[in-house]
Design a protein around this ligand. Structure first.
Ligand SMILES: *Cc1c(COP(=O)(O)O)cnc(C)c1O
Length: 340
């Protein structure tokens, strides 16, 4: 695994900090919880898409693209960060947004990530939930190509083998940090969605033979589908890196019990997790991804699924910008009630 062989832009703020969450660990009575701060990667506040976009946008630049196109949910963090990279590289950016929640309120539809998409100069186009977004994006890209634009198309979440390289690299960074400070990691957990983060991490961990079990907490798809998506992408990523066969199907584990009614719809335990991180650690989670990942983490701690003496690292994938699109479900009274 020698990632310098792949084109990459160096725009991320790396390495991201690895910090203990002492008050949260104490509140839960163990295990020892640590956080890997990938919410602090930079580029329009940061988040997990920065590491992927370093590799994706380097490819766009290498092919001479003057426009990038991508798609996601209305409050997509990936869309916001792609818009920021395009701005930095002087490329046009067009984003197709899918209404997966049906929330009618102004802030959900115009504030948070959507506000920043537009502030970075991207154009957006809206579609109803369940629309064929990849097909729509191909049509939109073809229309631009007919106008002589050189368009680089990025799949939703930046999740292909190129984007996943960013998380193979993150696995190396994390293992190095843990080695330097003498921290034995017993479990690594995070929120999983379009699957590039988990696929890249598992390839990196397995290629290093780190022996650290990885668990993704689902945010959309049911378990079998989520695991298969991650596994398929992990295999492609391993092939690309030159370590084919390093990941087995059994290495890919997702728990989708914390998704609730669907993508982008927070549950009471999502809101409780957001409140606990904010009040105990001064750290902002989000209602779509990291809040659900942290709800899974907290529930595993309470149920004793992690042993008291174990050390668990929560990879914070970012997303706090989305809080400003979710004020209607996050007003303090609501969050507190939901927690009780
Ligand atoms: C996209 C995203 C995820 C999920 O990462 P995938 O690579 O799509 O699985 C998790 N958290 C946040 C905040 C995200 O924006």
């Amino acid at each position: 695994m020698h990632l310098a062989r792949f084109p990459r832009l160096h725009l991320a703020h790396l390495p991201t900090p690895l910090e203990p969450l002492e008050r949260l660990s104490k509140e839960l009575g163990g295990p020892e919880i640590w956080i890997k701060r990938d919410d602090c990667t930079g580029m329009s506040t940061g988040g997990n898409k920065t590491r992927k976009l370093e590799f994706l946008m380097a490819e766009a630049e290498a092919m001479g693209a003057d426009m990038v196109m991508t798609q996601g949910a209305t409050q997509s963090n990936h869309a916001r960060q792609t818009a920021a990279f395009a701005a930095k590289l002087g490329m046009k950016c067009h984003i197709l947004l899918e209404d997966r929640t049906g929330y009618p309120d102004h802030n959900y539809n115009e504030n948070g990530n959507v506000l920043l998409d537009h502030l970075h100069g991207a154009t957006t186009e809206r579609f109803p939930g369940g629309h064929d977004m990849p097909g729509e994006m191909e049509r939109a890209a073809q229309a631009e190509r007919q106008k002589d634009k050189l368009v680089y198309v990025i799949p939703g979440g930046g999740s292909n083998a190129t984007g996943a390289l960013g998380y193979a690299n993150c696995a190396m960074e994390l293992v190095n940090q843990a080695n330097e400070r003498g921290l034995v990691i017993d479990h690594l957990v995070h929120a999983t969605g379009s699957s590039g983060t988990q696929a890249g991490l598992i390839v990196g961990l397995k290629a290093l033979n780190a022996g650290i079990p990885l668990l993704g907490f689902g945010t959309r798809a049911p378990q079998e589908k989520q695991e298969q998506m991650v596994y398929d992408l992990a295999c492609k990523t391993a092939d690309k890196i030159g370590c084919s066969g390093v990941v087995t199907r059994a290495d890919v584990r997702a728990d989708t019990s914390y998704v609730g009614d669907g993508y982008g719809l927070p549950r009471a335990d999502t809101l409780e997790a957001i409140r606990m991180f904010a009040e105990l650690e001064g750290i902002l989670l989000d209602p779509v991804y990291s809040g659900k990942g942290a709800a899974g983490l907290i529930d595993y701690c309470r149920k004793g699924k992690f042993k008291k003496a174990e050390r668990v690292v929560f990879l914070h994938t970012g997303g706090a910008v989305g809080l400003f699109g979710y004020d209607s479900v996050l007003i303090p009274g609501t969050a507190r009630m939901a927690a009780e």
